[in-house]
Write a protein that binds this ligand. Structure first.
Ligand code: 6PG
Length: 227
């Protein structure tokens, strides 16, 4: 799917519109929609814009996460905490339909297995970011988790602080109904180009896993895409 390139000032609103459209279409077709959220900083504005979009039946939405840091849900580093502030606190989502990863649990493998047990076989929409090193979710270059074909959630240790995390594995991204990738800023240009135009090499550029998804970029992040 081709990337869309937009002015930075418009990207959050456009991303929210694209996500909302797929949500509404999926609910109309299947009765419910599952959405796995990305963490980090890029998606926050898109989540805030999504909260303002009318016409989404939030009672038919189940929210999951693509990754989480090994911190409490109230920690400023928590992806759940960011989504709670930017989205959950602003829409009529039932808390029982918000499924966070329990990164704070001491036994990370048990936390990963518990999450895997509630994760749908196929997530309708997986929202992802991209790191400057080409990672996505918490799948970092060279990670053994990139070779995982059975487990769908794994404890990982990555170079981006905080290092201990839980992450979905490649099978989850590959089985998603639709991946939607958000990237802004010149720092992401090389990773975006490798993910979309380079050799399909997930070990060096894990965000290649989302190559078939919808990529929403600003001009700076798209700067190394030829044509
Ligand atoms: C995380 C994210 C991670 C993020 C990228 C981009 O928990 O850190 O899931 O994959 O999407 O690192 O982060 P920024 O949006 O902050 O640049």
């Amino acid at each position: 799917m081709p990337a869309e390139i937009h002015d930075s000032s418009q990207l959050a609103n456009i991303a929210a519109q694209r996500i909302a459209s797929v949500m509404v279409e999926t609910i109309a077709r299947e009765g419910r929609v599952s959405v796995a959220l990305a963490g980090g900083t890029t998606p926050r504005a898109a989540y805030e814009a999504l909260a303002k979009i009318p016409g989404i039946d939030w009672g038919r939405v189940d929210v999951y996460f693509g990754d989480e840091r090994a911190v409490p849900p109230t920690d400023p580093d928590s992806n759940y905490q960011m989504a709670q502030a930017a989205l959950f606190s602003r829409v009529a989502l039932s808390p029982s339909n918000i499924h966070r990863m329990h990164g704070e649990q001491a036994d990370h493998d048990a936390a990963a297995r518990a999450y895997e047990a509630i994760l749908p076989e196929r997530i309708s929409i997986v929202i992802l970011g991209v790191g400057e090193d080409g990672h996505t979710a918490s799948l970092f270059p060279g990670s053994p988790a990139l070779n995982e074909r059975t487990r769908r959630v794994l404890p990982v240790i990555g170079p981006k602080p905080p290092p201990q995390r839980l992450s979905v594995t490649p099978p989850v991204l590959e089985s998603a109904g639709q991946c939607i990738v958000l990237a802004t800023g010149a720092g992401k240009a090389d990773a975006v180009a490798r993910a979309l135009r380079g050799p399909l090499d997930i070990m060096s550029t894990p965000s290649c896993l989302a190559r078939g998804g919808l990529w929403l970029l600003d001009h700076a992040a798209a700067a190394r895409l030829d044509g």
